[in-house]
Design a protein around this ligand. Structure first.
Ligand SMILES: C[S@@+](CC[C@H](N)C(=O)[O-])C[C@H]1O[C@@H](n2cnc3c(N)ncnc32)[C@H](O)[C@@H]1O
Length: 322
């Protein structure tokens, strides 16, 4: 009964957010978090191994090389919460380093049930590591974990893969401030940030020739068809990645290739798209290594360490709650 109620609540939230974002004055949008149903999470895993998407490999290289040093800077005892863990593959390095000094509780926080299950499978077998997944939005999940810890326990929050880049810059600061309010002084945040590089490389990373990122983006419309009974004709849309030099971000859009009407029954919505009109589905902001310390200072942290991958400019930043 409780599960059925939750499922109905989630569908009505999805429908309400789809309606609000598609009817926004000006640019139509869809919230990027809905990219991650079971199909989307599987496609994202494939994106992570594409030759053009160097981001995940850079993140992993840094964790493999520096996890010992990062863990050496953390207080003890400490529990680990990961926001949007995905499959959690890269997190193994941190958990193995921590488990060499203490029994470790690891809490992946995810809205994608299939990603959460993959993560529990991936990391559930490490000696002295106990995995407890939370199928919740980021801060709701973090609050649950923070409230459940003992007086002496510190927290390490992992926010890897440059997922912070999905937030507009002001919203990113606000998110870090809200996260800080849940933490205690001395708690840590390991924040992965993709750094600016040539526009050509950045565009290729979000528009691979094999079309996996296009499928990931289009699946959002397919998901709305499946879950909200909509009639998006996927053949009438094209994936588009744009670089905004003013905002220093990649934007993913879905371009309507003709004038068309779409009906989303569960959202009580019918609307018309012009030829070449786009729906904006995701942003990935890029950073300069030197701007992270300022971001930390504005949001109640100090930057205690920064490790940079030179092959694919990407920074791992260790922030400590003040
Ligand atoms: C860009 S992927 C990154 C995955 C992984 N951390 C990595 O670095 O490869 C973002 C992940 O966050 C999850 N996610 C997106 N929005 C979320 C939210 N509001 N609350 C919890 N999880 C969310 C998605 O399901 C997805 O697995």
């Amino acid at each position: 009964m409780a599960t059925a109620y939750l499922a109905v609540r989630l569908v009505s939230e999805f429908a309400a957010e789809v309606r609000a974002s598609l009817t926004k004055p000006g640019q139509r949008e869809l919230p990027s978090k809905y990219l991650y149903d079971e199909v989307g999470s599987a496609l994202f895993e494939t994106i992570c191994v594409l030759p053009e998407y160097g981001l995940t490999r850079a993140d992993a290289r840094l964790l493999e090389k520096y996890s010992g040093e990062i863990v050496g800077r953390l207080p003890s005892p400490i529990r680990v919460a990961e926001l949007g863990s995905g499959s959690g593959k890269k997190t193994r390095w941190i958990l193995e380093a921590l488990s060499r000094r203490q029994k470790t509780y690891y809490y992946p926080i995810e809205i994608s049930p299939s990603a959460l299950a993959a993560c529990a499978k991936e990391l559930g077998q490490i000696d002295l590591v106990s995995v407890v997944g939370h199928e919740q939005p980021y801060l709701e999940g973090l609050r649950t974990v923070a409230e459940g810890r003992g007086e002496q326990d510190h927290l390490l929050v992992l926010f890897l893969g440059s997922t912070i880049g999905n937030f507009d810059r002001d919203a990113g600061d606000e998110f870090l401030q809200e996260m800080r309010a849940i933490l205690r002084p001395g708690d840590a945040l390991l924040l992965g940030t993709d750094l600016e590089k040539s526009v050509e490389l950045q565009l290729l990373a979000y528009n691979d020739p094999a079309g996996v990122t296009a499928a990931f983006n289009l699946n959002l419309l397919a998901r709305i068809n499946r879950e909200l009974g909509a009639d998006f004709d996927l053949a009438g849309f094209q994936h588009e990645a744009r670089w905004s030099s003013a905002e220093r971000r990649i934007e993913m859009h879905l371009r309507s290739t003709r004038r068309q009407t779409v009906h989303v029954p569960a959202a009580n919505l019918r609307f018309m798209l012009d030829e070449d009109e786009t729906i904006w589905t995701e942003s990935s902001h890029k950073y300069k290594a030197e701007e992270i310390a300022g971001m930390a200072a504005r949001t109640g942290f100090r930057c205690d360490g920064q490790w940079i991958d030179r092959e694919w400019p990407f920074a791992q930043n260790l922030l400590i709650a003040e």
